[in-house]
Design a protein around this ligand. Structure first.
Ligand SMILES: [Mn+2]
Length: 322
């Protein structure tokens, strides 16, 4: 028998969901000779689903990823608001009688959701998965206790998250999934092969942190960074609040080969809470996002326009401190 698990790629919750589902399936659903395969799924433009990822034999399980109205899909678990690519997909799900397809947009992580359904509906419980579920929950909802927890990356789970998010080789991630069904996170992270992957990732992270410390400018509730000349294309989004805990907002400008990007964020631990809807501000410049975080992208040559927009956005966010 074959089981193929399609999971949200380069995502800690996706990987954790694949591990928890695998253990549940092999314990409660099919204890015979099951050959388990994995496929990472990525969001595609124009609301497309990659049907080539589905197996023609055995079962296909989708976890932490969009619904697919294909008869080959026999299991589905998701917790995303945008779980359906179309109204027809939603109707297909609502008409499902298999009892093996589940959605809960209120679940903080898909991993926790799978574990809950597996327990309530199938009587599956496994103490050894508790730690993984705990961290999937924190990471997927960004419920860190502090900026330091996420920037200093001391917890093995957060180090593993870095590797999962950066890793391009699906086979390597697949090994991590398989190991998560038998070993502790700490044990996996301590292995030579994970340490090797982690080293350059952490070196880059510390370097970016140092540069941002020097570039940080603070005024009236907003910390901002002009990183155009630094060759930094992205950074851990909690670095601004680690450097400047009193900031309510952060605004940065970065440049890659493909675009100039203005990133706008808010500090979950700010002494003065967020008052603005960041998506609405970014929309005024052709960007978008969520209430708490957003971005504006421009063509790579538009550095000066980007700087002008950044200045305006900062002014919109600033407030008088008393
Ligand atoms: Mn998730």
């Amino acid at each position: 028998m074959k089981l193929r698990v399609l999971y949200h790629g380069n995502c800690f919750d996706g990987v954790a969901s694949a591990a928890v589902f695998t253990k549940f399936y092999l314990t409660k659903i099919n204890t015979n000779d099951v050959q388990v395969e994995y496929r990472p799924m990525m969001h595609l433009p124009n609301n497309l689903f990659d049907y080539s990822a589905l197996s023609d034999e055995g079962e296909n399980a989708i976890v932490d990823f969009k619904y697919c109205a294909d008869e080959r899909v026999t299991w589905w678990f998701d917790h995303h608001q945008s779980a359906f690519l179309s109204e027809a997909d939603k109707e297909h799900f609502l008409a499902d009688k298999s009892g093996r397809k589940f959605l809960d947009v209120n679940s903080k992580s898909c991993c926790e959701f799978i574990a809950r359904i597996a327990k309530e509906k199938f009587g599956f419980e496994d103490e050894s998965l508790k730690e993984l579920i705990h961290w999937a929950h924190i990471i997927d909802e960004a419920m860190y206790e502090s900026a330091a927890q996420c920037v200093e990356l001391k917890a093995p789970a957060l180090q593993l998250m870095q590797v999962i998010e950066e890793e391009k080789d699906a086979k390597f991630v697949e090994e991590i999934i398989r190991e998560l069904t038998t070993k502790s996170i700490e044990e996996i992270v301590a292995s030579e092969k994970i340490q090797q992957k982690l080293k350059p990732i952490l070196e880059k992270h510390w370097k970016v942190l140092e540069i941002m410390k020097h570039k940080a400018m603070y005024s009236r509730g907003v910390v901002h960074f002009d990183l155009i000349d630094e060759g930094i294309e992205g950074y851990n989004k909690f670095i601004p609040y680690y450097i400047c805990p009193r900031a309510t907002y952060s605004v940065s400008i970065t440049k890659s080969k493909f675009r100039v990007k203005i990133s706008v964020g808010s500090n979950p631990w700010a002494p003065r809470p967020r008052q603005h809807n960041i998506a609405e501000i970014c929309e005024q410049y052709g960007g978008g996002g969520h209430a708490v975080v957003g971005a504006v992208s421009l063509p790579p040559e538009d550095v000066e326009i980007g700087r002008k927009y950044m200045k305006e956005i900062i002014e919109k966010l600033q407030f008088d401190e008393n």
